[in-house]
Design a protein around this ligand. Structure first.
Ligand SMILES: *Cc1c(COP(=O)(O)O)cnc(C)c1O
Length: 395
């Protein structure tokens, strides 16, 4: 049931990891819970460590299910190889610790995911790696920040709190001209709507916890790359121990089946809610790159083929704490919590804290991040409208 030639993404998702001939006709790949893997002969025992997942020598290195998932991720991303890990943070850590050494310099985008920033500020620093943060809209201007020891430029486009879209091709061109590589956290773009390797990214990272899972019930990360970087990434992965569980591998494959249809609906719903927010007197700006007129829209249109359900909006004023609580505490459909990419809608007030040390955000009002889930958008709009009314009454 595996297609032989290249197929469209939807077909790939509907056929991944099906091997009924190997499992007595059962259409789905079984769950492999494995630590010990037995070798039938001494010869195979002695040769075991050559491969990675296919009947690898130990559960940490993967199972047939891990291998099928990694193959699919690599195909989706247009990469030669992929590695799946315990979570997205582990994927970011693997990419950075496989490419940087003591004495190297890292250029990190200023709006990056918080834990990635803390990895640089505390852990990488202890190992003698220096980080400089740069403005997400810098584009080709990145050249001026590249030093002789700059090995990696890290991009996250758009940033998952403030949604600036980066000119990744311009950054990649400048990086490659000076012998640096580009690592991209492409969680927002998803493997459906973003082609990292066509845009100059060398190593692509995702938090599969988000849309690849799609159901808020597991954690996983992926790293995809071309041949040149695979050996080092794999060597590091095999010893650092951030492998996913067999159950998570199964859930990720299940999530992927519906990735295309879910994302279409998230996109449509988010566009509807974003347009409504744009028309509201309480709202200063809607930071949804897919929305015409929003910051970064032109770059988004050039580099992405769609958008997910995550964006932010800025209130005209900074509501008092009680007014903010009056809005948020009584929402019926938006949960207040971290993460995104699941079926459900979420809202989180954003405190930028230590983010944006290179440049400031051009807004002073309160920033709210929302994830638009698979509920009907009319119901989501009505919920937000009641929230705005409560906020006004409490002010
Ligand atoms: C959630 C997230 C991560 C981390 O992923 P986990 O699976 O939660 O470890 C990394 N980058 C971005 C942009 C994220 O949203």
């Amino acid at each position: 049931m595996q297609p032989k030639g290249p197929v469209k993404t939807e077909t790939l998702l509907a056929t991944l990891a099906t091997a009924p001939d190997k499992h007595r006709g059962v259409v789905n790949m079984p769950v492999y819970r494995a630590s010990t893997i037995l070798f039938p002969t001494l010869a195979e025992f002695e040769n075991a460590d050559r491969g990675h997942c296919t009947y690898g020598s130990y559960g940490r290195y993967g199972t047939p299910a891990t291998e099928a998932l990694e193959d699919t991720i690599a195909k989706l991303e247009g990469a030669d190889h992929a590695i799946v890990l315990a979570c997205g943070a582990a994927a970011v850590t693997l990419a950075l610790t496989s490419t940087l050494s003591a004495g190297d310099h890292l250029l990190m985008v200023d709006n990056v995911y918080g834990p990635t920033r803390r990895l640089c500020d505390y852990e990488l620093k202890r190992f003698g790696i220096e980080t400089t943060y740069y403005d997400p809209t810098i584009g080709a201007g990145i050249s001026e920040l590249i030093q002789d020891n700059t090995k990696v430029i890290f991009v996250e486009s758009p940033g998952s709190l403030t949604f600036e879209v980066q000119d990744v091709p311009a950054i990649a061109k400048a990086a490659h001209a000076r012998g640096a590589i580009v690592i991209g956290d492409n969680t927002w773009g998803t493997p459906m709507y973003y082609r990292p390797f066509d845009l100059g990214i060398d190593i692509s990272v995702h938090s599969a916890t988000k849309y690849i899972s799609g159901h808020s019930d597991m954690l996983m990360g992926t790293v995809a790359c071309k041949e040149a970087h695979y050996a080092t990434l794999l060597r590091n992965f095999r010893v650092t121990g951030a492998c996913p569980s067999g159950d998570s591998v199964f859930l990720a494959m299940r999530g992927l089946r519906t990735l295309a249809v879910r994302l279409k609906q998230h996109y449509e719903n988010a566009m509807k809610v974003a347009n409504w927010l744009k028309s509201r007197p309480e709202v200063e700006a809607v930071l949804y790159p897919a929305l015409p007129g929003a910051p970064g829209h032109d770059l988004w249109k050039r580099d992405f083929s769609g958008a997910c359900g995550l964006f932010a909006f800025v209130l005209k004023e900074n509501p008092a704490h009680e007014a903010m609580a009056a809005m948020l505490d009584h929402l019926e459909l938006f949960g207040m919590g971290y993460s995104w990419g699941g079926y459900e809608s979420l809202i989180t007030p954003i405190t930028l804290g230590k983010m944006r040390t290179a440049t400031k955000l051009p807004y002073s009002g309160k920033l709210l991040r929302i994830h638009i889930g698979l509920e009907h958008p009319d119901d989501l709009i009505a919920d937000l409208e009641r929230g705005f009314d409560r906020m006004k009454k409490a002010a």
